[in-house]
Design a protein around this ligand. Sequence first.
Ligand SMILES: *Cc1c(COP(=O)(O)O)cnc(C)c1O
Length: 381
Amino acid sequence: MIPYGRQSIDQADIEAVVTVLRSDFLTQGPVVPAFEQAFAARVQADFAVASSSATSALHLAYLALGVGPGDRVWTSPNTFVATANAALYCGAEVDFVDIDAQTYNLSAEALAEKLVLAERTGRLPKVVTAVHFAGQSCDMAALAKLAQRYGFALVEDASHAVGADYLQQPVGRCDFSDITVFSFHPVKILTTAEGGLASTQHAELAERMALLRSHGVTRDAEHLLQRNPGGWYYEQQSLGFNYRMTELQAALGLSQLTRLDNFLAARRRLASRYDERLAELPLTLPWQHPQGRSSYHLYPIQVDHRARVYDQLRSAGIGVNVHYIPVHTQPFYQQLGFKPGACPQAERYYQRALSLPLYADLTEADQDVVIAQLQQALTGR
Ligand SMILES: *Cc1c(COP(=O)(O)O)cnc(C)c1O
């Protein structure tokens, strides 16, 4: 099976992990801070807080922004369930804003309309989370204008968008947002097996996330609330979690980070190869907005008779996938009161969506097999 996504691991990655295994620290050592610094430098952020996953990073981000019971977090239905779930972990209410038909990202127009209604009923969101679907940045400038006007915080779920650009700047710089969250799951752009990271320009948000990542406990003399009785002393100041990244993961991440430009170049080359070779087939290609440059975590096309095309490609050993089943249509979210029909663009997109295999180590020969099998499924030739 040619999968839709997979990691790329080389000898240097393996050696980096083995070196940590032979060292003094498997967790809470020097490598996590080194990875955080290197990643922050790469995305031009002032602060980076690594964690056990993007899901935990989203939870930490929402908590740091003060999300709690009675608050509302709005996001795109065209995302993985974790974006919304993490807001529910905080006791907040979730709602969904429909997507743009061309980028499949949260629509600034739909958001503007929904905010007008919410202001009237006194139900404005505390946080809006923009998900950079497939690796293409949302229209952050437009969203930031609305954030200013209505007074909500902006989080970027950049799980797909490690290495992507928006207005010539790296995603993660947080020029238009409070916090940006990344995922290092093996299908994403670079991997730490499991892992995530939150970047921000705000020292207080970074400190809050770092505290909550490790039980709400600090030993930092500068931040103690009570008198320091001696070197053994630590303080629990909040109800935190164990959301730490291990040294093994950070070592893999640091090594992978040196290969990021190669990963991006390979994904972009393969994506433009799909663009060219699929142009004549009866399908909708992904659209790159000129204001940015996607990292191409996914290559999402739209086809008629998607279920048949999906089955036919799967039978031919092509691991196509579907991103995403709109979150509000999941049984769990329907139990919370959401109804199909609430986000018509996302639901229409989902009916025809199909993600083709795309990852750094995908060979052109394998990609040609994908293209030939797709042509067969769509045209019978
Ligand atoms: C993968 C993903 C997540 C969750 O990432 P984990 O690191 O697996 O927790 C969240 N949001 C989006 C959009 C994702 O694609």
